[in-house]
Design a protein around this ligand. Structure first.
Ligand SMILES: [Zn+2]
Length: 228
């Protein structure tokens, strides 16, 4: 009752176009949600993410449901998720991705889900890892453990996108530490926006060296054509 009254006084608005949202809609109105830039990577086993990463990281599968495009609804949502405290966006993006990817996809054949970790100081500052809702959603759907203590970030790394490939790799190659409790067959590493792939490569190789035999990666979005 109170919520109904509040929604009349303070209607929830679309994060993209600021129109009031219908009661059953979250974050985006139907029109803006339909304009999310889909990758259709679920139809292509050798998609751009897998092609980018496979020379540095042996992968079972790679996936992201949306392209990360400047000023698009997905960019606004991920900005809200990372910088405006809207941590529930993460779960909503996972729900959207579930509409596209079939259960038989290689990335979903995992026996555990591992988030790309934040450095403890960044985690304290933000209060949450932005990928948690996304990873936990898939852990629930697949009925596998969400392993957010398995991989730790030792070093606070700088923003990688403006660096050369060599400098990026120097920055991340020793940034992660695995604390294995048991051996997994196939872990799915989850991230927010997949950009250079260097962080995923460092995390994935650390996991392959200490925690599992196979690895896949999944992001909320993929940013293409941004490397120097
Ligand atoms: Zn809208």
């Amino acid at each position: 009752m109170l919520n109904d009254l509040l929604s009349v006084w303070f209607p929830q608005c679309c994060w993209n176009c600021i129109q009031p949202l219908a009661k059953e809609q979250k974050w985006l109105c139907v029109r803006c949600a339909s304009k999310l830039p889909k990758t259709y990577f679920e139809q292509d086993e050798n998609n751009a993410i897998k092609t980018m990463l496979k020379q540095y990281l042996p992968l079972e599968g790679a996936y992201a449901p949306f392209y990360f495009i400047q000023h698009s609804p997905i960019q606004k949502l991920i900005h809200a998720l990372k910088y405006q405290g809207k941590k529930h966006v993460s779960h909503w993006i996972a729900q959207q991705s579930a509409q596209h990817i079939p259960k038989e996809h290689p990335v979903l054949q995992c026996d555990g889900i591992v988030p790309v970790p934040l450095h403890p100081s960044r985690l304290r500052k933000r209060g949450y890892n932005q990928v948690t809702g996304f990873g936990q959603y898939w852990a629930n759907v697949l009925d596998v453990p969400y392993l957010d203590k398995l991989l730790l970030r030792k070093n606070q790394t700088k923003t990688l996108v403006r660096m050369s490939r060599e400098a990026r790799w120097e920055e991340v190659k020793n940034a992660f530490l695995v604390q294995p409790q048991k051996e997994y067959k196939h872990l799915l590493l989850v991230d927010d926006v997949i950009t250079t792939g260097d962080t995923l490569t460092a995390c994935g190789n650390a996991l392959l060296n200490g925690a599992c035999n196979k690895i896949s990666v999944m992001g909320m979005a993929y940013a293409q054509n941004i490397l120097p």
